[in-house]
Design a protein around this ligand. Structure first.
Ligand SMILES: Cc1cc2nc3c(=O)[nH]c(=O)nc-3n(C[C@H](O)[C@H](O)[C@H](O)COP(=O)(O)OP(=O)(O)OC[C@H]3O[C@@H](n4cnc5c(N)ncnc54)[C@H](O)[C@@H]3O)c2cc1C
Length: 404
C-alpha cells in the first residue's frame, strides 16, 4: 500500500464533494479513456466532458476565483487529480491555455488583458499553441530572430517557428518576437498573443507544415509567419519585456504538472504489472528488480510533486527548482518505457496493420517513441541540469562560448 499523507479536513471535505459530483456526472463512455485520447478536443465526447467540467467550475481550477478559476490550493489540485484517477475518467483541461498562458497573464497582464483573454481560455474559445522555438533558437531561446515591427496600433510579425505542438488545432499562438534589435539579447523580446486567423477566418499570415513523427502522427509543425498581425494590446508584460514573461511560462511548463504526473505514472505502472503478470514474467528476478525500481520512482515523483506545488502556491510562480521535477519525470518515463520494450521482447516490435508494408506501433511501443522527446521539449535534460547547478545550487555559470 502506498504511504498516504494526511491532507487535512478542508482537503478531505473537498474530496468528498468532488467524489459525489464525479459519481453523479461521469459519462460511462469516458471511463478508462487514455490520457492521449483525452487530449483530442475534436472528439465529441471529450468536448462535451470539457464543457460539463467548465460549467461546474472544474476548469482552470488553480486560477484565482476573480479570474474565473476555482482558486484551488495546490493540495486541492492534488486531491482533484487523485479523484479523477480513482473514477478512471480523464481530467480534461484547456491545455497550454490553462497551463502556460493563463498563469503568465495572471502574473504579467494588465487588468484589461486578464478580463479579455482569461474567460476565452476557460470557455474553450481560445486554444493556444506555443511559438517559442526557431530553427536556430531552441535551448538558446533568447537568440530568436522572428521580428515584430510596430505599425500603428498593431505589431507585425515575420519569421519561422518550429516544433509548434498542437498548432493545427489552435486558433491562438503565444509568440516570442524581437521588437528591439539594438537591445541586449534577452532585453529586446516581446511576448505576443497572436490570433492565427483574421476576422474572416483566413490564415493571419501563418503557414503550418506538419512534421511526421516515427510513430506515424504529426503532433507538431514548422510554422512560417509572414506579416502576421496582432493588436499591440496583445503584448503581455509590456514591450521588450517578453523574457520575464517567458520565464514564468517555462517555469510552469517544467513544474506545473507536478501533481498530475504521478497519477498517470502510477496507473501506467500497475498496467505494466498486470501485463507482465498475464504473460507469466513477474517471476523473473530481473523483471521484478525493474518493477521495484519503477515503483519507488513513481512514489518519489508523488512526494516531489507535492513539494514543488507547495512552493508554487506560496510564491505564485514556480522557481528554478521546477527543473528538478522536469528532469526526474522525463528521465524516468524514458527509462521505464525502454525497460518495458525489453521486458516485452519480440512482442514490442512494430506489427503490420493488415496492409502489407504498413506497420503500426501498439500503445506501449508508441509511449516508448513518444518519451524519446520528453527530455527535449520544455528545455532539454542538459539545460535543466545547468539551471539546477547555477540557480538552485549556486554553482559557477557555464562558460559563454561566444566570449572565448
Ligand atoms: C515533442 C516536442 C514538442 C515541442 N513542442 C514545442 C512547442 O510547442 N513550441 C515550441 O516553441 N517548441 C517546442 N519544442 C521545441 C523544444 O523546446 C526544443 O526542441 C528544445 O528547447 C531544444 O532545442 P533544440 O531542439 O533547438 O536543440 P538545441 O538547443 O540545438 O540542443 C541540441 C543539443 O545540445 C544540448 N545543449 C544545448 N545547449 C546546451 C547547454 N548550454 N549546455 C548543455 N547542453 C546543451 C541540448 O541538451 C541538446 O542535447 C518541442 C520539442 C519536442 C521534442
Amino acid at each position: 500500500m502506498p504511504l498516504e499523507l494526511d491532507l487535512g479536513p478542508a482537503a478531505e471535505k473537498f474530496r468528498g464533494e468532488l467524489r459525489d459530483w464525479l459519481e453523479a456526472n461521469t459519462p460511462a463512455e469516458l471511463i478508462g479513456m487514455s490520457a492521449d485520447m483525452a487530449q483530442r478536443a475534436d472528439l465529441p465526447a471529450v468536448k462535451a466532458w470539457a464543457d460539463t467540467l467548465s460549467a461546474a467550475g472544474y476548469m482552470c481550477v488553480s486560477w484565482p476565483k476573480e479570474y474565473g478559476g476555482a482558486g484551488l490550493t495546490g493540495v486541492e489540485v492534488a486531491v482533484m487529480n487523485e479523484e479523477f484517477a480513482r473514477a478512471r475518467v480523464p481530467r480534461v483541461t484547456r491545455g497550454m491555455g490553462e497551463w502556460l498562458v493563463g498563469p503568465s497573464i495572471i502574473v504579467w497582464g494588465t487588468e484589461e488583458q486578464k478580463k479579455t483573454f482569461l474567460p476565452r481560455i476557460i470557455d474553450g474559445t481560445d486554444r493556444y499553441c506555443q511559438g517559442f522555438s526557431e530553427p536556430d533558437a531552441g535551448s538558446d531561446l533568447a537568440s530568436l530572430k522572428t521580428r515584430g515591427v510596430i505599425d500603428g496600433e498593431e505589431v507585425v510579425i515575420t519569421g519561422q517557428k518550429v516544433w509548434t505542438s498542437g498548432a493545427t488545432a489552435a486558433n491562438m499562438m503565444f509568440c516570442l518576437c524581437r521588437t528591439d534589435d539594438s537591445a541586449a539579447k534577452h532585453a529586446g523580446i516581446s511576448y505576443v498573443l497572436l490570433p492565427m486567423f483574421t476576422g474572416d477566418g483566413a490564415p493571419n499570415g501563418i503557414e503550418l507544415r506538419p512534421i511526421k513523427q516515427p510513430h506515424g502522427v504529426s503532433h507538431f509543425t514548422e510554422t512560417f509567419l509572414t506579416e502576421s498581425r496582432a493588436p499591440v494590446t496583445n503584448i503581455i508584460g509590456g514591450m521588450n519585456n517578453g523574457w520575464r514573461v517567458t520565464m514564468t511560462t517555462l517555469g510552469n511548463e517544467r513544474g506545473g504538472h507536478a501533481t498530475t504526473q504521478h497519477v498517470e505514472y502510477t496507473k501506467q505502472f500497475w498496467e505494466a504489472v498486470e501485463l507482465l503478470r498475464d504473460k507469466g514474467r513477474t517471476g523473473d528476478p530481473i523483471i521484478r528488480q525493474e518493477l521495484a525500481w519503477a515503483y519507488s520512482h513513481v512514489e518519489i515523483m508523488r512526494f516531489q510533486g507535492l513539494k514543488v506545488l507547495s512552493e508554487v502556491v506560496a510564491r505564485k510562480e514556480p522557481g528554478p527548482a521546477a527543473s528538478i521535477n522536469k528532469m526526474f519525470w522525463s528521465e524516468y518515463a524514458q527509462k521505464f518505457t525502454e525497460r518495458m520494450m525489453n521486458a516485452r521482447g519480440a512482442e514490442a516490435m512494430l506489427i503490420e496493420d493488415g496492409t502489407k508494408g504498413r506497420y503500426v506501433a501498439d500503445r506501449w511501443t508508441s509511449m516508448f517513441f513518444q518519451h524519446r522527446s520528453s527530455t527535449i521539449w520544455g528545455g532539454t535534460a542538459q539545460v535543466q541540469r545547468n539551471i539546477v547547478g547555477e540557480r538552485v545550487l549556486g554553482l559557477p555559470k557555464e562558460p559563454d562560448p561566444s566570449k572565448k
